[in-house]
Design a protein around this ligand. Structure first.
Ligand code: ADP
Ligand code: MG
Length: 261
């Protein structure tokens, strides 16, 4: 049975999508069967996995509204298959923005994704969900089906402030909707060790959250930022780059963690 993880942080631009696609590729590279779900109407994780959101016939939107199953809507990127580092993609496009409103008033509206995933859980070792930068109905659907939340964060002063809201939301979902949910870990991303403040915040994180902070640190690395314009995760675009190597290390760390879950 798949372990399901949301990559969430209600701030934008903190590295959620980069983490989702590169962890998916890293896990695929080390032999894991992976489904990546894009829950952000911007569709960046879809495009960054080499799937053109404009030509998709079915997306996660159809799954949420129960007009398609996951098995019908999932696709593979030809580029990733060619690179020998492939994972399945349940993509998103702009229409997903409408789902927020359309789900209001529907039954079990926060459990739609959970129900849909039950049919494909046996096909995967990992299901990774890229969440939008909000604590919306879409994010709630992700949190309701997950075993854990991966929180990417930059080691900056305000990062800690935003964390309180996210931790409270996760606690509420845990109490009311999904008792399996836990914060699996905080992932330090875009890290630059030359910046003293980043080192200080990194130390504070370890003091406050202990082993909830992943050992792996993702460096700031321009190859990770360049990769999406080629429709590839950094792990596939430039495997020898420091950023790619860090994500493969992170994939191994995740595999170890789920063995202990
Ligand atoms: P989010 O999904 O949280 O909005 P993204 O993953 O899209 O964040 O990242 C925001 C921007 O930062 C993107 O342009 C991305 O390419 C860049 N970026 C993310 N992680 C790194 C990194 N480790 N090094 C360099 N650039 C990064
Ligand atoms: Mg994103």
């Amino acid at each position: 049975m798949a372990k399901i993880f949301c990559v969430a942080n209600q701030k934008g631009g903190v590295g959620k999508t980069t983490t989702t696609v590169n962890l998916a590729a890293g896990l695929a590279k080390v032999g894991q069967r992976v489904l990546m779900i894009d829950l952000d109407p911007q569709g960046n994780a879809t495009m960054g996995s080499g799937v053109d959101k404009r030509t998709l016939e079915m997306t996660v939107y159809d799954v949420l509204l129960e007009s398609a199953t996951v098995a019908e809507a999932r696709v593979k990127s030809a580029k990733l298959v060619e690179a020998g580092c492939s994972y399945d993609v349940l993509g998103a496009s702009r229409e997903l923005a409408g789902a927020e409103v359309e789900l209001v008033g529907l039954e079990r509206r926060e459990k739609r994704l959970k129900t849909a995933l039950a049919a494909v859980e046996k096909d995967y070792d990992f299901i990774l969900i890229d969440c939008p930068p909000s604590l919306s109905m879409l994010t709630l659907n992700g949190l309701c089906c997950a075993h854990g939340v991966i929180v990417p964060m930059q080691c900056e002063y305000f990062a800690l402030e935003g964390l309180t809201d996210l931790v409270n939301t996760i606690k509420q979902v845990h109490a009311n909707l999904n008792k399996d949910l836990a914060i699996i870990g905080l992932l330090r991303v875009m890290f630059d060790p030359r910046i003293t403040l980043q080192q200080q915040v990194s130390e504070q994180l370890k003091t406050h959250f202990g082993d909830k902070v992943f050992n792996t640190v993702i460096p700031r690395n321009v190859r990770l930022a360049e990769a999406p314009s080629y429709g590839l995760p950094g792990v596939v675009f430039d495997p020898s780059s420091r950023g790619a190597q860090a994500f493969v290390t992170f994939a191994y760390e995740m595999v170890e963690r789920i063995d202990k879950m």
